[in-house]
Design a protein around this ligand. Structure first.
Ligand code: IPE
Ligand code: IPE
Ligand code: MG
Length: 253
C-alpha cells in the first residue's frame, strides 16, 4: 500500500507548459524587437527579419488564444520608426496586408478579433485598407482580441487625448472637476481595454520605447534576449509561467 504525501506535490512538466487558467494574464503586450539583428546575424537584409517576424505573430496569437489570454497587443510600428530608411518603412507598412492575406482565414477560424491602436490617418492607403478590411471581417468575433499598435506612440496618444479633453472642456461637454484617471483613459486609444498585465520585450533591450506609458503603470515586465523571429510558443509560455509567480501589490502590502 502506498501513501501520497499531501504536502509534497512534485511539479509536473505540464504545469509549467500549461498555465492554470485563473492566473493567466488577461492582457499581454509585446514589443517585438530584434528583427534587424536577426537578419544581420544571417547576412540578410533587415527586411528579411521583418518578414520572418511576421510569421511568428500568428503562432503567438494562437498560443495566447489557447492559453486563455483575452487581449494580445503587439507593437508593430512606432511613431519613431519613421526615422528609418524609406525602403524599410515601406516594407514594414506593407506587412499588414501580407499578414492578413496569409492568415486572416486562420484567424477567423480561431474566432480572433483584430483591432489597432495608433494614428492610422497618416499611413499609406494600402495599409489602411488592409487594416479596415480585417477589422470589418473580424468585427463579430469574440475570441482573442489581437490588437496591433501601428504608428503608435504613447506621448502622441497622451498629448492627443489632452487636446480632445480641452476641446470638450471648451465646448462645455466636460467640466474639469469631472476629469479623473478613469475618464482620461477614455480619451486614449486603449479605451475599453484593460491595462496590460504582462509586457514582454524581446532582443535584450530593456526599455519601453514609447509603448503604453500610461497603461503600464502596474504592468509586470518580462525580458528575453531572444530576437523576435526566434520567439516561439514555448518561450511565450515561459513568460506566462513566470508571470504566475509574481506578486502584484499595486502599492499595497
Ligand atoms: C523590431 O525589430 C521591428 C520594428 C521596430 C518594426 P527591429 O527592426 O527594431 O530590429 P533591431 O532592433 O534593429 O534588431
Ligand atoms: C520598438 O522597437 C518599436 C517596435 C517594436 C515596433 P525599436 O527597435 O524601434 O526601439 P528602440 O529604437 O530600440 O528603442
Ligand atoms: Mg529594434
Amino acid at each position: 500500500m502506498s501513501f501520497k504525501l499531501p504536502f509534497f506535490k512534485t511539479k509536473q512538466k505540464s504545469e509549467k507548459d500549461t498555465p492554470t487558467i485563473e492566473h493567466v494574464p488577461r492582457h499581454v503586450a509585446i514589443i517585438m524587437d530584434g528583427n534587424g539583428r536577426w537578419a544581420k546575424n544571417r547576412g540578410l537584409p533587415r527586411i528579411a527579419g521583418h518578414k520572418e517576424g511576421m510569421d511568428v505573430i500568428k503562432d503567438i496569437a494562437k498560443a495566447a488564444s489557447d492559453s486563455g489570454v483575452e487581449i494580445l497587443t503587439l507593437y508593430a510600428f512606432s511613431t519613431e520608426n519613421w526615422k528609418r530608411p524609406n525602403a524599410e518603412v515601406d516594407f514594414i507598412l506593407r506587412l499588414p496586408k501580407e499578414f492578413l492575406h496569409h492568415y486572416l482565414p486562420d484567424l477567423m477560424r480561431h474566432n480572433v478579433k483584430i483591432e489597432t491602436i495608433g494614428n492610422l490617418d497618416v499611413l499609406p492607403e494600402h495599409t489602411k485598407e488592409a487594416v479596415a478590411y480585417a477589422k470589418a471581417q473580424t468585427e463579430n468575433n469574440d475570441g482573442l482580441l489581437l490588437n496591433f499598435a501601428l504608428n503608435y506612440g504613447s506621448r502622441f496618444e497622451i498629448m492627443d487625448a489632452m487636446k480632445r479633453v480641452m476641446q470638450d472642456v471648451d465646448a462645455l461637454k466636460l467640466s474639469i472637476d469631472a476629469l479623473d484617471e478613469s475618464l482620461f483613459s477614455k480619451y486614449l486609444y486603449t479605451d475599453g481595454l484593460t491595462d496590460p498585465d504582462l509586457l514582454i520585450r524581446t532582443s535584450g533591450e530593456q526599455r519601453l520605447s514609447n509603448f503604453l506609458l500610461w497603461q503600464s503603470a502596474y504592468t509586470e515586465f518580462w525580458f528575453t534576449d531572444v530576437l523576435w523571429p526566434d520567439f516561439n510558443e514555448d518561450i511565450f509560455k515561459n513568460a506566462l509561467h513566470d508571470y504566475q509567480q509574481r506578486k502584484r501589490r499595486y502599492g499595497g502590502i
